[in-house]
Design a protein around this ligand. Sequence first.
Ligand code: FES
Length: 306
Amino acid sequence: MEPLTSLDLVVADKQAIATDIVRLVLRHAEGQMLPDAEPGAHIALDLDGLVRRYSLLHTGPELDHYSIAVLRTAQSQGGSHFVHDQLAVGDKVRVLELAHEFALQPDAPHALLIGGGIGITPLLSMAEHLQQQGQSFALHQIVHDATRQWPLAPDLPAQTHIGRSSLDLPGLLAAQVPGSQVYVCGPAGLVGAVRAAAAQLGWAPGRVHSESFGAAADASDGPLRVTLVQSGLSIDMEPGQSLLDALLAAGAWTGYECRRGVCGACLTEVVSGTPIHRDSIAPALRGHAMCTCVSWAEGPELALNL
Ligand code: FES
C-alpha cells in the first residue's frame, strides 16, 4: 500500500463503454501529475461516504490521470449506482489509497492474461505495460454476452470468448512455453478452473496469480456453520461455496459490488469465529469485519452481525 494520504481529483470524462459499464477519467484539478502506479494496481475511492476499490486501466510513471471502469451491479449498497446515476463530469472524488496487490512477476518468458467479465480491468494495465516493454504475452477475455465485451485495441494480442465453454483452458495452458506465468481475474469458478488446469499440467502453484470474484476455496478449508445473530438464522456451508451467495439466498440484507474482495461493499462484522481473509482490503480498514464474497473462516462456527 502506498502512503497516499488522500488525493482530491475531478471527474474529467465519463463514457459508457459496454452494457452497464462506464469508464471514468480522473485528473487533478490543477493538472498536477499523479502518484506512479504499477500494472495491476487499484485505487480506493470515497464515493459519497462509501469506500470502493477499482483497478486502474492504465498505470505507469508520469500519470496525468487515473481511469477506472465501473460495472453497475444489481444489489449494490450504492457505490456503482452512485457512479452510474449521480457522478458527473466536473464532480470531485477523493482517492483514499493506491494499492499494488496483483503484480506482474519480472523476467517471465511469457504472461498469459485471462479476464472474466469486469475482471479484465487489472489485466489491461498489465497488457499495456508488457506491450510497451516488448515482452511476450496474450490476453483472453471471457464474457457472458457480446454486449459486455471490452473494446480491445486491434494491435493487442488478444482474443474475446463469448461464454466460458468457448475457451479450452487445459489446451491453452498446455500450449504455453515453459516458465509462463498466468494472471487470472474473474469469478471464483474461472480462477478455480485455471488453477485446476495448471495443477493437472504439473505447474507450480506460484505460476498462477489471481484475483477472483466470489469464494476462493483452499484445500484446507473445512465445513462451516454460519450463524446470523440478528436474524437468528444458521447456514451450513461446504468449502468452495460462496458465503455471500449463501447470505443472499438466506434473505440476509448485505450489499456487494466487485465480488472479488476489492471494493469492501460486502464487509460484514464478525461477532465470533476466526475469518480467513482472502480480500485485498487493508486490515486497518477491514477492522473486525470480513469480506463475505471471497473469505472463509477457520470453523466450525462463525457468527456474523446480520
Ligand atoms: S463485493 Fe467487493 S469486496 Fe466483497
